[in-house]
Write a protein that binds this ligand. Structure first.
Ligand code: B12
Length: 258
């Protein structure tokens, strides 16, 4: 039973005894490590090494809109390519703060400020038509649900990872969602629900997509969702946090040859 649980969590395969012991030992070690002994992620360690990208990334991660914009303007003025400034500077800063957030070393306001600095910097980089998008995703909160802080963070992180994000807002019904899917041919539809009373809207949406013959995954998350709930429909899947979501999206995009 234990083997099944661990095997399942480690990627839907059974583990041998040796692997199980290794996992248990690793978990116990992490448990017994004191706060000081735990390997600590630092912002400095997550930033790019070369300037001006390091400074740009640092100010995005630090949410300093003005400094990020000034540094981007100077880099562009000095002949740096806008696309490189985005990929090697601005996005690296958002990546860094996202990693810290996933490890509970950064919090909601910092993510939102970083997203502002990222967006302000992006506006200085001119036409980024050359930045190949990994695909479009639609994001929304379930019908009846007005909580949007988590959704906005997810949207910012997904956009920072190279996707074109269309945010349909809060309390979106399945018919409106279907229209948007038809208009935009997304690689995935993302849904957020924080209230158990609203999550059933996702079942309706998943069924409607199947009924209409539309093959697009509905990836859902938020406090009201877990793997068991998402497992109720074949075209639905759960992602725990923005980091896991990006990994899932990248796998979908890769399968589509992006
Ligand atoms: C802030 C908040 C509000 C704010 C919302 C402001 C806003 N613009 O969003 C206000 C005050 C307006 C509000 C209202 C209500 N709220 Co409220 N609210 C919260 C609170 C305190 C925090 C939620 C939050 O923003 N967390 C911070 C964000 C960053 O975290 P997150 O949303 O979980 O998102 C992260 C992950 O879940 C994940 N994620 C989220 N979405 C997605 C989507 C995908 C695709 C993926 C992969 C991941 C993902 O990634 C995010 C980043 O890590 C929670 C309690 C709690 N601890 O969660 C209650 C809570 C959600 N609220 C609750 C309730 C009941 C209500 C009200 C009905 C209260 C009332 N009686 O009026 C109303 C409902 C309004 C409505 N129709 O939606 C309940 C829901 C209970 C339930 N399980 O059904 C909670 C859990 C409080 C409680 N313990 O009772 N609320």
């Amino acid at each position: 039973m234990r083997a099944f649980t661990l095997g399942y969590e480690a990627g839907k395969r059974f583990l041998d005894d040796h692997e199980i012991f290794e996992l248990i030992e690793k978990g116990q070690k992490e448990e017994t490590l004191s706060q000081e002994e735990k390997p600590k992620l630092t912002l400095e360690g997550l930033l790019p090494e070369t300037e001006p990208f390091r400074a740009i990334a640092q100010n995005v991660a630090g949410g300093d809109v003005e400094a990020a914009v000034d540094l981007v303007k100077t880099a562009i003025g000095n002949g740096r390519d806008g696309l490189i400034v985005v990929t090697d500077g601005l996005l690296k800063g958002m990546d860094a703060i996202s990693v810290l957030y996933d490890h509970k070393q950064a919090y909601v306001p910092e993510i939102l400020l970083a997203a502002q600095a990222l967006n302000a910097g992006l506006r200085e980089c001119g036409d980024l038509g050359a930045l190949e998008s990994k695909g479009t995703v639609l994001i929304h909160t379930a019908e009846g649900d007005l909580h949007d802080i988590g959704k906005n963070i997810v949207a910012a992180i997904v956009a920072a990872n190279g996707y074109r994000v269309i945010d349909l807002g809060t309390s979106v019904d399945s018919v409106r969602l279907l229209e948007a899917v038809r208009e935009n041919s997304p690689v995935a539809v993302l849904g957020s629900s924080l209230m158990t009373s609203t999550r059933s809207a996702f079942l309706e949406t998943a069924d409607l997509l199947v009924q209409e013959g539309i093959e697009v995954p509905l990836i859902i998350g938020g406090g009201a969702i877990d793997g068991a709930f998402a497992g109720q429909r074949e075209n639905m899947r759960y992602a725990r946090d923005p980091g896991e979501l990006v990994r899932v999206l990248d796998a979908i995009a890769r399968a589509k040859g992006k």
